[in-house]
Design a protein around this ligand. Structure first.
Ligand code: F6P
Length: 547
């Protein structure tokens, strides 16, 4: 059974939300704080190491309760059950969506796909990952000249790159002696720049491609193979390649030994695959123990999501808040601002996870939606971003709800730096909330000795209206476990929004057309006949070939 189809705009709760929006849209967040004495408690959830405070939003308690009614009316509870039990909720590809099974260490799990127990294959693969990463760490995996491997290159793109790449970067503090590199872009400069300083004798490549047909990945893998072949012979190449793929046949054809091919399953979407062998580079970078801790963090969040009442359920609440801004305030985007440099790739990872999943305009009835769906996700770490785009967030014309992610403890323990960082973290959400009033600016300018005329002239520019919404996510420390929880939290947020927007979140047909056209253009380069293209493209292709 697939997910039930609903039209969210026809639900009773949606219509209640419409009238609530009309009534409350001019109320400020500060007004809600004044009106609701228990707001800080009512609008925050502590789970495990994470405190999520969503009190700084343009949402009254009544609206939040109505959003929860919406989730219930949309059948979220049943959808969660289907999601975790492996019902084929990815209907257009007739697949289950079971990335949660990759981190389910509960021996009693009895999910089966095509009659095969998922738990057994997942655990076997985890053992394979452990054996492989241990062999590297103990120097037992030797290259063609007998030297141990020092560098691992992950060759993949999209979900076969962004997740592992983000996690490896985020957990730099926990790195072992193995250096990890990522090659994704079909731009030859990316691959050649990446291998420029590598020693082929001590380099191992992981070709990560669920389909093993992705143009970028195969071309990069071929280029690296040619680089190896300048230094060694074909019969030695197997010492330098492993693959992660659902297409074992193609990986074999490429020349990768069967014992070095790790499985990927069609019930795991590429953008949710970092928990599988697609995350092999993570285990190589941080060791298997830390990889497992990452999975356990995600498992804890899964349990929270599955079993907690919606009123205390973090992924559900943040998803509903997103729906409130997207569909009622008509906000177009949301920002992710981690206050740790280690999470510098989080926003681009979440961009794919969210935008490839919920960037859909056809609903589960197969009809065009007449409401907004997935929003634009972007962001950069603070404090750098404060000196880049925060001006627009504070005083621009756009409404941009933002997630601020910070940790109580730094990893290297420099308290002076950490206090500075976190002072900014708290100050920005406060500034976005409160703004700066006419009175405050007037006082400030008076204190600076400005005349009345100067004050009047400057006032409009210096006043901040505030009322800009933020969620604060405060963790104890960035660790494999807390990172696992954080990523799973966003994965489930994406799921909840897809359920309510009545779209299929787990396919990605929209990326196919560009791939097809690129292949057609490659053929046209040979014939130099561009007549079947539109006038602009034909002219550009002609200019490109002449230069
Ligand atoms: O961008 C489309 C996509 O299919 C992603 O969903 C996927 O993560 C990526 O391409 C790479 O695909 P593959 O792992 O099959 O090489």
């Amino acid at each position: 059974m697939a997910l039930a189809s609903i039209n969210p705009t026809k639900l009773t709760a949606w219509n209640k939300l419409k009238s609530l929006f009309e009534k409350e849209k001019s109320n400020t967040i500060l007004h809600h704080f004044k009106n609701e004495p228990n707001r800080v408690d009512d609008f925050s959830v502590q789970f495990d190491e994470l405190l999520v405070d969503f009190s700084k939003h343009r949402i009254s308690k009544k609206t939040l309760d109505t959003l929860i009614e919406l989730a219930k009316e949309a059948g979220l509870q049943k959808a969660i059950q289907d999601y975790f039990e492996g019902t084929p909720i990815n209907k257009t590809e007739e697949r289950a969506v079971l990335h949660t099974a990759l981190r389910n260490f509960d021996k009693k799990s009895n999910i089966k796909i095509d009659g095969k127990p998922v738990y057994t294959s997942v655990m076997q693969t985890l053992q394979q990952i452990e054996k492989f990463s241990d062999a590297l760490h103990h120097g037992n995996w030797k290259g063609y000249s007998g030297k141990p491997i020092t560098d691992v290159v992950n060759i993949g793109i999209g979900g076969s790159d962004l997740g592992p790449n983000m996690v490896v970067d985020a957990l730099k503090y926990y790195h072992t002696q193995i250096n990890t590199h990522f090659v994704s872009n079909v731009d030859g400069d990316h691959v050649l720049e990446s291998i420029k300083h590598l020693n082929p004798e001590t380099t191992l490549c992981l070709v990560v491609s669920k389909s093993f047909t992705t143009q970028e990945t195969l071309n990069n893998a071929n280029t690296i193979r040619s680089w190896f072949l300048k230094h060694t012979t074909q019969d030695q190449i197997h010492k330098h390649f492993a693959a992660v793929s659902a297409n074992v046949h193609k990986a074999n054809e490429f020349g990768i030994a069967s014992e070095n091919i790790f499985p990927m399953w069609d019930w795991v979407g590429g953008r949710f695959s970092l928990w599988s062998a697609a995350g092999l580079s993570i285990a190589c970078a941080v060791g298997f123990k830390n990889f497992k801790a990452l999975l356990e963090g995600a498992e804890a969040m899964d349990e929270h999501f599955k079993t907690t009442d919606f009123s205390e359920n973090i992924p559900t609440i943040i998803a509903l808040i997103g729906i409130w801004y997207t569909n009622f305030y008509e906000a177009e985007s949301e920002a992710i601002i981690p206050y740790t440099q280690y999470l510098q790739k989080l926003a681009s990872y979440l961009q794919q996870a969210s935008m490839e999943s919920n960037g859909k305009s056809v609903d589960r009835f197969g009809k065009n939606v007449n409401y907004q769906t997935g929003s634009i996700v972007w962001g950069e770490p603070g404090t750098n971003s404060q000196h880049a785009f925060f001006q627009l967030m504070h005083q621009g014309t756009k409404l941009i709800p933002a997630d601020f992610i910070g940790f109580k403890n730094s990893l290297h323990g420099n308290e002076k730096h950490h206090d500075l960082l976190m002072a900014n973290f708290f100050a920005q959400t406060e500034a976005l909330l409160k703004g700066k009033s006419i009175e405050e600016v007037t006082q400030e300018l008076k204190a600076q000795g400005k005349t009345q005329n100067q004050i009047l002239a400057l006032l409009p520019f210096k006043v901040f209206e505030g009322n800009r919404p933020t969620t604060t996510i405060l963790g104890k420390k960035l660790s494999p476990r807390s990172l696992g929880m954080l990523i799973a939290m966003y994965e489930h947020k994406i799921f909840v929004q897809g359920v309510i927007w009545n779209i299929y979140s787990y396919d990605q047909w929209g990326v196919e057309l560009g791939k097809q056209l690129a292949n057609a253009i490659l053929d046209d380069f040979k014939t130099k006949d561009y007549s079947k293209h539109d006038a602009s493209t034909a002219r550009l292709l002609d200019i490109y070939q002449k230069s």
